[in-house]
Design a protein around this ligand. Structure first.
Ligand code: PMP
Length: 373
């Protein structure tokens, strides 16, 4: 099967640099040998910089959901009270995983398109002193909002001293998230978004408080036991066979990030997000997310009245090789999403946005106020 070279503007997987893909075709090595030891220690050192932590960062052969599962099973016990702050599909997923493992989950459902309100979290924590942990999605990919994690952490950690478990799948490496400075207890992310690597790896780190919780946590765990990951990392290994090609890829991708400079990477994402939002507004489209919390990695757009979003996206794929993402869950068919994270620059987005404008016109869209509207 011949795979097309799409301008893939979904919020993950994202396009990968050629040198990352090339590195992935390297030969297999003994994952209990010296080459792997060198590889994994280099990767973890670079990951510590991206995570902003002095703690170990573990690489899991799993997608982002594996990291969410690992956050829960390594810190909690069945019946532990958990506050799951959900701003969309991925917040719901985090809550569902905790439920699946027997946690006593109270869900705070934030209106889609809005960010979590630190005052509401304070109220919820004050109302139930038995809560042990709070689950938060840093960047909600289904709606295109970024939570103010620093403000939330001040409430959750400084005021209430709860465990703070963070889904950073669509934020880390794109949007600042200094884990230690913001006192996050578990931060997990995945390869296929800001990290510019094909899907299949997760990256996760735990604070000293999280390790203390690990000691007493009784949830069932095996594959995602971070205690095992830590013991093996000490000797330059992983407990289970690692997805070697992805390790080769992430090693190169992290070098790229270090070369560009993390501050520069964050600035690029902010600039591209701004460019995307302004271009969409100039087309007369309405953005879904609260502008005060609009994400720098993904923008959700209301599908204009009278336009079939599924047909529009299909037409863009066929006519222009531009691939955007549909809305998820209850927003399916009502919004569509444009990813601008990872290996992306203005030109990639310009091409996608021009195609979108043309596709919309073909579908009969006339911006409000435009001649003939
Ligand atoms: N959380 C967020 C915020 C995500 O964007 C995603 C993936 N879109 C996930 C979790 C799940 O990650 P994965 O699909 O890699 O399991």
């Amino acid at each position: 099967m011949e795979l097309p070279r799409h301008n893939l503007r979904t919020p993950g997987p994202t396009p990968c640099p050629e040198d990352v893909l090339d590195a992935m075709s390297g030969p297999m090595i003994n994952h209990r040998g010296p080459e792997f030891r060198e590889l994994i220690s280099g990767i973890s050192e670079k990951l510590k910089k991206v995570f902003g932590t002095e703690e170990d960062v573990f690489v899991l052969t799993a997608s982002g959901t594996g990291c969410l599962e690992a956050s829960i099973v390594n810190t909690l016990s069945p019946d532990d009270k958990v506050l799951a702050v959900s701003c969309g599909s991925f917040g719901d997923r985090f809550a569902s995983i905790a439920q699946a493992y027997g946690a006593d989950v109270t869900k705070m459902s934030v209106n889609w398109g809005k960010a979590a309100d630190p005052d509401a979290v304070r109220e919820a924590l004050a109302a139930d002193p038995g809560i042990k942990a709070v689950l938060i999605t840093h960047n909600e990919t289904s709606t295109g909002i970024t939570n103010d994690l620093q403000a939330l952490s001040k409430v959750i950690k400084d005021e209430f001293d709860k465990l703070l478990l963070v889904d950073a799948v669509s934020s880390l490496g794109c949007i600042p998230l200094p884990m230690d400075e913001w006192r996050c207890d578990v931060v997990g992310t995945a390869a296929q978004k800001g990290m510019m690597v094909p899907p299949g790896l997760g990256f996760i780190s735990m604070s000293a408080d999280a390790w203390a919780a690990y000691k007493t946590s009784t949830m069932g765990r095996f594959y995602f036991d971070l205690g095992a990951a830590q013991r093996y990392l000490r000797v330059g290994q992983t407990p289970w066979t690692p997805g070697l090609p992805m390790y080769y890829g992430v090693n190169v991708a992290l070098d790229r990030m270090m070369e560009e400079g993390l501050e520069q990477v964050y600035r690029r994402h902010a600039r591209l997000a701004d460019f995307t939002r302004e271009s969409l507004k100039a087309m007369g489209l309405s953005l879904f997310a609260d502008p005060d919390h609009a994400s720098d990695t993904v923008t959700a757009v209301w599908t204009p009245d009278g336009i079939d979003g599924t047909e529009l996206l299909e037409q863009l794929r066929v006519d222009d090789a531009v691939v955007l993402a549909e809305g998820q869950g209850k927003m399916e068919g009502r919004i569509f999403r444009i990813g601008h994270m990872g290996y992306v620059d203005e030109d990639d987005l310009r091409v996608a946005l021009v195609a979108l404008e043309r596709g919309l016109a073909k579908a009969g869209y006339r911006p409000v106020g435009a001649a003939g509207a």
